[in-house]
Design a protein around this ligand. Structure first.
Ligand code: FAD
Ligand code: SIN
Length: 519
């Protein structure tokens, strides 16, 4: 079964929805998304969106903070684009209906997060992402040219490979003609032909055993593009958020926003000692890589499973007003933050690398754009500055839209594309083959390729992942397609890319920290 659309958007987070709204006057837009339409990393964003709004702050300061966090590996040209254009894009978000908290005088109430030299984080309580997603979806629902298909899982993008041609990463002019997608309600695989395809599939936190990301974050878009021989970059830079709630039976992990430390909370060891001053003069508000590594070091030295975040000295009323979601969550698990300290651990949170894109969100594959967390724009370098990712998504959704409208003036549908061929496949006899392998990938990555790595750990991880890769490719060849099978395949690919890039990088920088032991 074939469908045709001018713009195919894969993913319904901030990046995909923003892009869709920007191109909708220029043709038909189809958004496909693998879960409920609002389910995304966007929905769970807490702290907010960084933007320079008032005098006292400046684009130059925001650029500087981003470059410092990125440990020398940011692309400064891209940083300037995001910071300078970001102010306008945030005003657009406000104009389309996203609410951000204001002070009694009517000015926006800007919060502070790690690595920022100014208060510049716009937020809606501690549920900023939920509010942005709500506002964007409301606009999308009202646009006659946009159709959202939820519970549609993108399996692979379509290129010349599907016309029987040999395509390698060196093949010039690889082109994208749309995607093969599984309608998970009917079990049918459909062909969606598109003049422009946009990858907006978000992150890959679930390649690790402990993550703040919702279950959709399995790196599908990056894996699809890599399989199609598109280029990816900076995959070794997985950001671990320093403070997820330590609650061993809860997956994914609940985030305790960095804005709580911006509000004055202090990290302490289990015996109550403040320790961040031993690691960095910015203490609990140092950039994330430094704080996460310090916590990891303290936990390893002391043989303990968590550290504490101390909020007991903070203003109770102000805290509850700013962080109602975090307060309610803590209370629901029996922690009153004003009586007890909150146990926290680092958790995989944000993938700084991804699909290589240029300043207009073009990938290395024609007619294919990538926006949001799945893209590797060069903004974050070796470590993302807090609250820069929602900003990056809106800036590049805008730029991609301008480029894609132009692309569609010149491109058409490729009518030669065959439908998906499921011959020779059958339902798996046992799902355990898939679920066990997924756990193994997550364990390998957490134990060997986490906050601290070493040459020996990377080599061990590579060898073990190769076994899983070979097993899973054999299974994939003969098994009826399902999201779980595809996600496992994608996670193995993401793990492989993280390890490969980490092995190439060797020296410690930013989020990629190599210990000297274990050679
Ligand atoms: P997402 O919002 O993750 O959307 C991806 C979409 O793609 C989803 O709809 C998903 O279902 C869909 N999808 C994925 N694979 C497929 C497939 N195979 N087929 C079809 N659909 C698919 N950043 C900030 O700047 N500020 C913050 O305060 C902040 N807080 C955060 C808090 C948490 C708990 C988390 C997890 C992240 C936070 N981040 C924050 C990061 C930020 O939320 C994300 O980087 C950003 O929302 C990514 O947006 P996106 O549109 O690229 O992807
Ligand atoms: C947080 O609220 O701490 C998350 C902010 C981010 O990931 O940018």
């Amino acid at each position: 079964m074939k469908q045709r659309t001018d713009f195919l958007v894969i993913g319904s987070g901030i990046a995909g929805l923003s892009f869709a709204l920007k191109v909708a006057e220029h043709g038909t837009v189809t958004i496909i998304t693998k879960s409920n339409e609002e389910e995304s990393n966007t929905k769970y964003a807490q702290g907010g969106i960084a933007a320079v709004l008032y005098e006292g702050d400046s684009h130059e300061k925001h650029v500087e903070d981003t470059l410092i966090a990125g440990a020398g590996l940011c692309d400064e040209h891209i940083v300037r684009i995001v910071v300078e254009e970001g102010t306008e894009r945030v005003k657009e978000l406000i104009a389309l209906g996203a609410n951000f908290d204001k002070k009694p005088g009517g000015e926006y109430d800007l919060a502070r997060e790690g690595g920022h030299s100014e208060n510049r984080i716009l937020h809606y309580k501690d549920t900023t992402g939920y509010e942005i997603e709500r506002a964007l979806l409301a606009k999308v629902h009202n646009h006659k040219n946009i159709t959202v298909y939820d519970h549609y899982f993108s399996i692979d993008i379509i290129t010349q490979h599907h016309l029987g041609q040999v395509v390698t990463s060196q093949t010039p002019n690889i082109a994208c003609y749309g995607a093969y997608v599984l309608n998970t309600r009917t079990g049918k695989i459909e062909t969606i032909l598109a003049k422009t395809t946009v990858m907006a599939t978000g992150g890959a936190g679930h390649v690790y055993a402990t993550t703040t990301n919702p279950v959709i974050a399995t790196g599908d878009g990056i894996a699809m593009v890599y399989r199609a021989k598109g280029h990816v970059r900076d995959m070794e830079f997985m950001q671990f958020h320093p403070t997820s709630l330590y609650n061993p039976n809860e997956h994914p992990s609940f985030l305790i926003s960095e804005a709580v430390r911006g509000f004055g909370a202090v990290l302490r060891t289990i015996d109550g000692k403040e320790f961040m001053s031993n690691y960095d003069k910015r203490e609990s508000l140092a950039p994330r890589d430094i704080v996460a590594r310090a916590i990891d070091t303290e936990m390893k030295i002391r043989g303990e499973d968590f550290v504490y975040l101390d909020c007991r000295h903070l203003d109770r009323k102000g805290f509850i007003e700013h962080f109602p979601n975090i307060y309610n969550k803590c209370m629901s698990v029996g922690i009153d933050p004003f009586k007890s300290m909150i146990p926290v651990v680092p958790a995989a949170h944000y993938l700084c690398g991804g699909i290589v894109t240029d300043e207009n969100a073009n990938t290395t594959i024609q007619h294919l754009y990538a926006v949001g967390e799945c893209a590797g724009t060069g903004l974050h370098g070796a470590n993302r500055l807090a609250s820069n990712s929602l900003l990056e998504a809106v800036v590049f959704a805008h730029r991609a839209a301008i480029a894609a409208i132009e692309n569609n003036r010149q491109s058409g549908f490729n009518e030669e594309i065959p439908d998906w061929n499921a011959e020779g496949t059958d339902y798996p006899e046992e799902m355990i083959l898939i679920t066990q392998s997924k756990k193994e990938v997550q364990q390998i990555m957490s134990n060997y390729v986490g906050i601290v790595r070493s040459e020996l750990r990377l080599k061990k991880a590579f060898d073990r992942l190769e076994i899983l890769y070979n097993e899973n490719e054999a299974l994939y060849e003969k098994t009826t397609i399902s999201p779980r099978l595809c996600e496992l395949r994608n996670l193995i690919c993401i793990g492989y890319l993280i390890i490969k890039h980490a092995m190439r990088r060797k020296e410690s920088v930013g989020l990629h920290y190599m210990a000297k032991f274990g050679k």
